[in-house]
Design a protein around this ligand. Structure first.
Ligand code: URA
Ligand code: SF4
Length: 212
């Protein structure tokens, strides 16, 4: 349901769907309205041989400028939590459910706004093509948007987090859901949320190690 005036991403995907060709083609996507205000599309990044793919929501302000996922404040939380959970960031692939930054301008500041349901649906072909090119063993879904993008609109982080969900109806990978790292930044109980994020990531690490 890409919305009244936009076709969704499918027709912008390249015929041969390698990671480099997808990363190039996404810059030309006009599948929803988000390309208009954003600086650039932000494709995933990391190890092309990754056994684990982490899926966030959408690029933030820093990512929109840099053109790379999770390089701003939320990315620093994620990096630290991954390290603490025993997962090397160099060995994973990190991406987002939506490839362009959605925001509202307030003076000079750009305030993050979550993508709408139809924007998530419009962008889903990029994520699915990316996962098909990567063929990882497992996925970590960071927050509600990533969960809804792959598991449907009924997904709730609280009900699903911190355990291995398998198999996905339409995919091969096992899945661990957790909170979004930016929730840690917003929380009053930061330590508690951070510990929960790290514990959920450790569930994915155990599964990768064949122990979960
Ligand atoms: N939040 C996300 O979901 N993804 C990013 O890349 C950065 C912040
Ligand atoms: Fe295309 Fe996704 Fe960007 Fe919308 S957000 S224009 S569907 S890449």
């Amino acid at each position: 349901m890409p919305g009244p005036d936009f076709p969704g991403a499918e027709s912008f995907l390249p015929p041969r769907r390698s990671l480099p060709s997808l990363a190039t083609a996404v810059q030309g996507c006009r599948g929803c309205d988000l390309y208009r205000e954003a600086t650039q599309a932000v494709f995933g990044d990391g190890s092309a041989d990754a056994r684990l793919v982490l899926v966030g929501e959408q690029p933030g302000d820093a990512e929109d400028r840099a053109g790379e996922p999770f390089v701003g404040p939320a990315g620093r939380v994620l990096d630290r939590a991954l390290e603490e959970a025993g997962i090397a960031r160099e060995q994973v692939w990190v991406t987002n459910a939506v490839k362009h930054f959605r925001f509202t301008q307030q003076g000079k500041r750009r305030i993050h706004e979550s993508p709408s349901r139809w924007q998530v649906a419009a962008c889903q072909p990029w994520l699915l093509a990316e996962l098909d090119a990567l063929r990882p063993e497992g996925l970590v879904l960071l927050g509600a948007t990533a969960g809804k993008a792959l598991l449907g609109p009924g997904f709730r982080v609280g009900a699903s987090r911190g355990r291995v969900l398998e198999p996905l109806p339409t995919r091969q990978e096992w899945v661990v859901a957790t909170i979004h790292p930016s929730a840690v930044l917003r929380a009053r109980e930061r330590d508690e949320l951070y510990a929960g994020l790290t514990a959920d990531l450790a569930v994915a690490r155990e599964r990768l190690a064949g122990r979960g």
